[in-house]
Unconditional design. Structure first.
Length: 584
C-alpha cells in the first residue's frame, strides 16, 4: 500500500471515533513506513481518546524523535502529560511550542492550563492574555481568564471577562451563574438578580438558574419569593438535593411534613454514599430538627459520615501550612506605616466558622459609615507569597494594596470603613496587619463545643471545610486555630480585639460599644439591633441573622455531650484552658 493510502486508512477511523481501528491501522503504517512520524502520532492520539495517555506518551515521543519540529505531536504530548497530571512536563513542551509558533492562540491557552495546574497563576493569566490578544473572541480563553482572575482575587477583571463571554453566548446558563455569583461578591445584588432573570427567560427549564435566583432572593430577605422560586426549581428537578435542603431550612414549619416525604422519596432513588445522598440526609435532618423529630440527630450523623468519606481532611497538610505561617512571624513584629492610606479602613472579623463573625459584621454594618462586604478573598492576593515563602517587601505591600483597592466594590459616599468577615483569615492576621497597618482586627471567640455543634449541624458548599464533618478532624483543626491565635497574641500584642459570641448575644449594647471604640467609630444605637440592618447576607447564616439577637444557642452543646465526646476529648487542654473548670 502507498503512504497516502495508509495515512487515509489510519485517519478515517480516527475522525469517525473508531479509535481501536485507528490504532490498528496506524500501527500497520508504522511497520511499513518506519521513518514517518504521522503514524505514531495518530496511534497515540487515538490511545488518548480511549483514556490511555500513559501508553500514548512513548508514541508521541517517537514521532518527535523522527521529526523534532512536528508541532502537532508536541501539542498532543503536552495534552497527554496534562491528562496524566504532569503539568511541569507539559509546560516545558508548550514553552517550546509558543516560542516556535508565537501566534498560535491554542498553544498559549494550553500553556495557561499547564501553568495553572502547577500553581503559577500569574504565569497562567499572562499566557491566556496572549491567547486573547491573538483571538479576542476566543470564548474558552475568556472563561479561562475569568476563572483565573477570580482565583487570584482580581474580581473586576473576572467580571469583565465573564460579561464578554456572556455577550458571545447569552444562552449559556453556566456563565450566567458565574456572573451572578461575582456580581453578588461585588455587592451588585440587583444586577445579579437581573442576570439570573434574563438567563431564566432564555432557559426557562434550567433548574439550577431558578435555584440560584432563589438563593439570591433569600439573601436579600425576600423569603416568600425565594420559597416560590425554590418550588419552581423543584418542579424541574424533583430530586435536587440542594434545593430540598434549602427548603428544609426556609419553609414554614407547617409545610415540613410534606417536604420530608419528598426528601424520603428522593433518598430512595439516590445512591447511598453519593454527595447527593449526603445532602438529602442533611435536608432530612434540618427539616426534622425544625419539626422536633428525635431522629434528626441520627440523620445528621449519617449525613456527616457520608460527607466526611467524600471529603477527607488533610490533617498533615493543614498542620504544615499553619507551621509555615507561624514561621513567617517568629517574634513580636513592629508594624511599619505605609504612605498610601487613602480610602476606607478595613475591619477584619475573624475566628472559626459559626463563631459569630456574621453577627459581628452585622453589628458593625449597622453603622452608617461602615459597609459590610461579607467574606472577601484577600488570601487569594497573598497566594504567591504564601506559596513561595519569600518575605513581603515595601513594593509587594504597595502592589497588594493597590490591587485590593481596585477590586473593592463601589462603596457609598461617606464610607469610612468596610468589614471583611472571612473567618479563615485568623491564619493570616500577621499578613493582614503588615499589609494594612491601619486595619482593625477583631477576633470572635465562642465556646468550641457550641461552635462544633453548629458546624456539625450545617452543610457547607462542596469542597469547603472538610474538617466540619468529622469530630476528630474538627478537634485537630480547632487546636490549630487556638494555637495560631495564641501566637498572634504573642507577636502582635494589642493589635487584635477579642470579643466573645456569648457577650455579643447577651449584651449587644455594651459589646457593640466596645467594637465601635476599637474601630474608631461613634457608637450608633442601631448597632445593638443588627437584625434590623442585616441587608444582604452572603453566608450560611442567612437563616439565622434576620432574627433578633438571642442566647438560645449558648450552651446547647450540653444536650449533645455524648455526640461531641470525641471532639471534646481531643481538644488540647493547654490551648483551651478555659474549659478546664467547665462543668457538664
Amino acid at each position: 500500500m502507498s503512504l497516502q493510502s495508509d495515512l487515509h486508512a489510519a485517519l478515517t477511523p480516527a475522525r469517525q471515533g473508531r479509535y481501536k481501528a485507528a490504532i490498528k491501522a496506524a500501527r500497520a503504517g508504522m511497520r511499513r513506513h518506519k521513518s514517518h512520524p504521522a503514524f505514531p502520532n495518530i496511534a497515540a492520539t487515538a490511545l488518548c481518546a480511549l483514556g490511555k495517555e500513559r501508553e500514548a506518551v512513548p508514541l508521541f515521543r517517537k514521532a518527535l524523535a523522527l521529526a523534532p519540529d512536528f508541532h502537532d505531536a508536541r501539542r498532543n504530548l503536552a495534552q497527554a502529560y496534562l491528562g496524566l497530571g504532569q503539568p511541569d512536563r507539559a509546560g516545558k513542551l508548550l514553552q517550546r511550542l509558543v516560542t516556535d509558533l508565537p501566534r498560535d492562540d491554542g498553544a498559549w491557552l494550553l500553556l495557561a492550563v499547564a501553568s495553572e495546574a502547577t500553581g503559577d497563576l500569574p504565569a497562567a493569566e499572562t499566557a491566556v492574555g496572549q491567547a486573547l490578544a491573538l483571538a479576542p473572541r476566543n470564548r474558552a480563553a475568556l472563561l479561562r481568564r475569568a476563572a483565573l482572575r477570580n482565583r487570584m482575587g482580581l474580581s473586576r477583571g473576572a467580571l469583565d471577562d465573564y460579561m464578554a463571554a456572556a455577550d458571545l453566548d447569552p444562552a449559556d446558563p453556566g456563565v450566567a451563574l458565574e456572573l451572578a455569583a461575582l456580581l453578588m461578591y461585588l455587592t451588585r445584588d440587583d444586577d445579579a438578580i437581573a442576570v439570573l432573570n434574563r438567563a431564566i427567560a432564555v432557559s426557562p427549564d434550567h433548574a439550577g438558574l431558578r435555584a440560584e435566583l432563589a438563593n439570591r432572593l433569600l439573601a436579600a430577605g425576600d423569603r416568600d419569593r425565594a420559597i416560590a422560586t425554590f418550588r419552581a426549581a423543584l418542579e424541574l428537578a424533583p430530586d435536587d438535593a440542594e434545593t430540598l435542603d434549602q427548603l428544609a431550612l426556609a419553609l414554614p414549619t407547617g409545610d415540613l411534613p410534606a417536604l420530608r416525604t419528598r426528601i424520603t422519596d428522593a433518598l430512595s432513588r439516590t445512591p447511598s454514599g453519593s454527595a447527593d445522598h449526603a445532602t438529602l440526609m442533611f435536608a432530612l435532618a434540618h427539616a426534622g430538627t425544625r419539626a422536633g423529630d428525635a431522629a434528626a440527630m441520627d440523620h445528621l450523623k449519617q449525613a456527616n459520615d457520608e460527607t466526611a468519606a467524600l471529603t477527607p481532611y488533610d490533617a498533615a497538610g493543614e498542620a504544615a501550612f499553619t507551621d509555615t505561617i507561624r514561621a513567617r512571624f517568629p517574634a513580636p513584629a513592629r508594624v511599619e506605616p505605609v504612605e498610601d492610606t487613602d480610602g476606607p479602613v478595613p475591619i477584619f472579623v475573624l475566628g472559626m466558622p459559626r463563631s459569630g463573625t456574621t453577627l459581628a459584621e452585622a453589628v458593625l454594618g449597622a453603622h452608617d459609615a461602615v459597609v459590610p462586604l461579607g467574606e472577601r478573598r484577600v488570601g487569594d492576593l497573598l497566594f504567591p507569597w504564601l506559596q513561595s515563602g519569600r518575605p513581603l517587601d515595601a513594593g509587594d505591600i504597595a502592589r497588594i494594596r493597590r490591587t485590593d483597592r481596585a477590586n473593592l466594590p463601589d462603596l457609598p459616599e461617606g464610607t469610612s470603613a468596610y468589614v471583611d468577615k472571612m473567618p479563615e483569615n485568623h491564619r493570616l492576621a500577621g499578613f493582614l496587619k503588615t499589609i494594612w497597618p491601619e486595619a482593625r482586627i477583631i477576633h470572635l471567640r465562642r465556646d468550641p463545643r457550641d461552635t462544633a455543634l453548629s458546624l456539625w449541624r450545617a452543610r457547607f458548599p462542596a469542597g469547603r471545610l472538610a474538617y466540619a464533618y468529622d469530630r476528630a478532624a474538627m478537634a485537630h483543626r480547632f487546636n490549630l486555630y487556638a494555637g495560631i491565635m495564641a501566637h498572634w497574641r504573642q507577636v502582635m500584642p494589642g493589635n487584635i480585639l477579642e470579643i466573645t459570641y456569648e457577650s455579643l448575644v447577651s449584651d449587644p449594647g455594651a459589646t457593640s460599644r466596645e467594637l465601635a471604640r476599637f474601630c474608631g467609630l461613634d457608637w450608633q444605637s442601631g448597632m445593638a439591633q443588627p437584625d434590623r440592618h442585616a441587608g444582604q447576607v452572603r453566608t450560611l447564616s442567612v437563616h439565622q441573622l434576620r432574627q433578633p439577637v438571642h442566647t438560645r444557642s449558648v450552651g446547647q452543646w450540653r444536650d449533645h455531650a455524648d455526640l461531641l465526646a470525641p471532639f471534646i476529648e481531643a481538644l488540647d487542654p493547654e490551648l483551651w484552658p478555659e474549659l478546664a473548670d467547665a462543668t457538664d
